[in-house]
Design a protein around this ligand. Structure first.
Ligand SMILES: Nc1ncnc2c1ncn2[C@@H]1O[C@H](COP(=O)(O)OP(=O)(O)OP(=O)(O)O)[C@@H](O)[C@H]1O
Ligand SMILES: [Mg+2]
Length: 440
């Protein structure tokens, strides 16, 4: 029988709690508060001993996470890798940092690694949000691969219907919708020591709600780090929102992309036919350029099916046509990322517009339109009309090539048309009739 020889005092316990997992700290503090009220000395000591055990367990987990942190290196050629020390300093010295950079510069894949190197992701998780499930899943795969760890171990992801996160997970990819939902059960986001809001320039309702909520939360969680990434457009907006948080601009991309304008001819009255012809012509032009897969942006599943049928009828040599949209199963979506022989033409909705790296893609064809959710004041319903996309969206689409080699992007509209477009898409909040009560 071991006998309790040392008395435990509350102060030592409070101090020890600071080394625990963040998610346990609040609960443990409450238990110490409660135990202190126990009048009977030996009963109090018993409860203190139980709490000390809980603290030791939580501290052991922190220790294991620290020693288990995988070795970190950075792909040298990426612009973010080259600015890594500046970015690390900014994160160490500020609660909020904005990182703005070109497509493919390494924001999404390298920032979590910089955080790990700073010792973040040990007492809490580094939460990393993506606008879409497909991106959350494939980015998690990529980071796990770069850190040479199994999925779910140090890097995991959580999206609707799938949770690949364990006690050792240090970097957790998720959709911004998932993080928003988690707030309902964890108002202080205590499981995290870092939040990365990726692709903030998309300004979806989810992102705007998160940015609003986080601004209120930060003073109450002084230990929480927030990193916001944005395309190069207007990072000042985010900086202002967060009390002039520093902006780190990362310039340049690794491989050049040649942009060609091939406006759709309007010889006939049938605009679908004209678009199809323009796509055929662009495919032919790209096939003459040499090997490499082609990514074509489409407005929806039906258009994908029709275009796939038409392309299949052309019987292009060694060519496979693959669809990519949100409703496909993970397995069907994965086909796009698997290596293969011959040429692939991927027909994708906007799920492929941001964040993704599909290694085989050398070429992009951008017809310049998308279904954009809009509230109709006339009919009082939310609709999904096909509209011309903004310059920012077009640049995101172009950025899907030129990631692992030089690329070519064919825009099925003129340069004047491109330049006449709005710089970025209106934030979603302006495209709904949702207004905070005080604005009604
Ligand atoms: N799955 C992958 N396979 C091969 N290379 C990859 C993969 N994911 C990323 N990379 C490489 O890392 C680079 C940086 O990717 P990352 O997603 O971090 O860029 P980003 O700055 O977030 O771009 P974007 O603005 O388009 O989201 C890519 O351009 C590519 O060279
Ligand atoms: Mg990214």
């Amino acid at each position: 029988m071991t006998q309790q020889t040392q008395t435990i005092d509350a102060k030592a316990l409070y101090t020890a709690v600071k080394d625990c997992m963040m998610r346990d700290q609040f609960r443990l503090k409450k238990r110490i508060d409660g135990a202190r009220k126990i009048k009977n000395e030996s009963a109090r000591q018993n409860v203190f001993a139980e709490i000390a055990e809980g603290i030791a367990g939580s501290k052991a987990l922190v220790e294991a996470r620290i020693t288990g942190t995988p070795a970190i290196d950075y792909p040298e050629q990426l612009p973010v890798s080259q600015k890594k020390d500046d970015i690390a300093d900014a994160i160490a010295n500020n609660q909020v940092v904005i990182v703005a950079g070109e497509t493919g510069s390494g924001k999404t894949t390298q920032l979590p690694k910089i955080c790990l190197e700073l010792g973040l992701g040990t007492k809490g998780i580094i939460g990393h949000t993506q606008p879409r499930r497909l991106a959350a899943r494939t980015v998690a795969n990529r980071i796990a691969e770069e850190l040479k760890t199994e999925m779910g171990q140090h890097v995991g992801y959580k999206v609707r219907f799938t949770d690949q996160v364990s006690a050792s997970t240090q970097v957790k990819l998720m959709t911004d919708g998932i993080l928003l939902a988690e707030i309902q059960n964890d108002r202080f986001l205590n499981q995290y020591d870092t939040i990365i809001i990726d692709e903030a320039h998309e300004r979806s309702l989810n992102i705007d709600f998160l940015l609003g909520y986080l601004k209120e939360l930060l003073p109450r969680r002084p230990d929480l780090k927030l990193i916001i990434t944005s395309a190069t457009i207007d990072p000042e907006r985010f900086s202002k929102h967060f009390g002039n948080a520093p902006i780190i601009e990362v310039s340049g991309r690794t491989y050049p992309v040649d942009t060609r304008y091939r406006p759709i001819g309007d010889d006939s009255d049938d605009s679908d036919r004209d678009q199809l012809q323009a796509i055929f012509d662009a495919v032919e032009e790209l096939c003459d350029e040499g090997p490499g897969d082609i990514l074509i942006f489409m407005n929806g599943e039906r258009e994908i099916r029709d275009t796939a049928d038409a392309l299949n009828k052309l019987k292009l040599r060694d060519t496979e046509v693959l669809p990519l949209y949100a409703r496909l199963s993970a397995g069907e979506q994965n086909r796009v990322f698997q290596s293969h022989i011959g040429r692939r033409i991927v027909l994708a909705t906007n799920v492929a517009e941001t964040s993704l790296t599909v290694p085989g893609i050398r070429y992009v064809i951008d017809p310049g339109t998308a279904r954009i959710s809009r509230y109709s004041y006339r009919t009082k319903v939310q609709r999904l009309p096909i509209e011309r996309i903004s310059q920012a969206s077009a640049n995101q689409r172009k950025g899907r090539c030129g990631r692992v080699a030089e690329g070519i992007c064919i825009r099925l509209y003129s340069e004047e048309d491109f330049l006449s477009r709005p710089e970025f898409t209106d934030p979603e909040i302006l495209r709904t009739n949702w207004r905070p009560l005080f604005c009604r």
